[in-house]
Design a binder for this molecule. Structure first.
Ligand code: PGA
Length: 241
């Protein structure tokens, strides 16, 4: 694992967008897994801008959504579906067959998980994964205590995730479970970028990089990834020793 620090969120975001474009240029059939949330917003916008400006050949790439709130419909502004379609998929003009996201409203969530696992396997694995980090060290909805060897799964949300998660929703929303790509997929991915910015992430970033690997802080798994990069701004790096 490597840690890269950037002066601010803008330069960090530009670096992420550059890696995304380079990845697709080198491998037009790349499988890219994207997180939603506040951190990926500018990286995703800059990626779309760059991809469109540079006429990046994007029609053979596959895009996966990292996770979804169970019971939240896609048209809800706080859903991961809403974020990814509005920020990335629609502005890029992707075809439906290039996009695979979880349906948090599905009657049988186990089929959602199996379908995602099959998509990943049938496309030869994930080439690039862009993930954020929760205040509790979660990645996607891999909450504290999650086994590291899970593929896609449904999980009870941690108290912190339920509280912090309200920030995405226009009105108070009942959140109980999440559906997520698991950490075994992250370990199998060719490259993973874990991105964080701002002072509020400094403590969890310090723990992620400097404490022992433990599923109590799921993001510590990054320490064991062969090609994992923690990309942070100066504020998020401020507690590193
Ligand atoms: P954020 O979310 O980017 O909105 O801070 C991070 C996360 O919970 O994964």
């Amino acid at each position: 694992m490597e840690t890269k620090t950037y002066p601010d969120y803008e330069t960090l975001s530009a670096a992420v967008a550059q890696i995304m474009c380079d990845n697709i240029r080198q491998k037009p059939t790349a499988v890219i897994c994207l997180a939603s949330g506040h951190t990926p917003l500018l990286p995703c916008r800059l990626f779309v801008q760059k991809a469109n400006d540079e006429h990046l050949h994007i029609s053979e790439a596959t895009f996966l959504g990292l996770d979804e709130w169970v019971g939240v419909p896609p048209e809800n502004e706080g859903s991961c579906h809403y974020f990814l379609y509005n920020t990335v998929f629609n502005p890029l003009g992707l075809q439906a067959g290039q996009i695979h996201v979880f349906n948090g409203m599905a009657e049988d969530l186990s089929i959602e998980c199996e379908t995602m696992d099959d998509v990943i396997e049938n496309n030869g694995g994930i080439d690039l994964m862009i993930v954020g980090i929760g205040m509790n060290g979660h990645i996607g909805f891999n909450e504290p205590g999650v086994p590291f060897n899970h593929l896609s799964h449904v999980i009870e949300l941690d108290k912190t995730t339920i509280e912090v998660g309200q920030k995405y929703f226009p009105a108070a929303t009942t959140l109980t479970k999440g559906i997520t790509i698991g950490l075994q997929h992250l370990m199998n991915a060719n490259k993973v970028l874990l991105i964080a910015n701002g002072e509020k992430k400094a403590a969890i970033i310090q723990q992620t990089i400097e404490s022992e690997v433990s599923n109590q802080i799921p993001a510590t798994i990054m320490q064991t990834h062969k090609n994992g990069i923690i990309m942070i701004d100066a504020a998020a790096s401020s507690l590193l020793s």
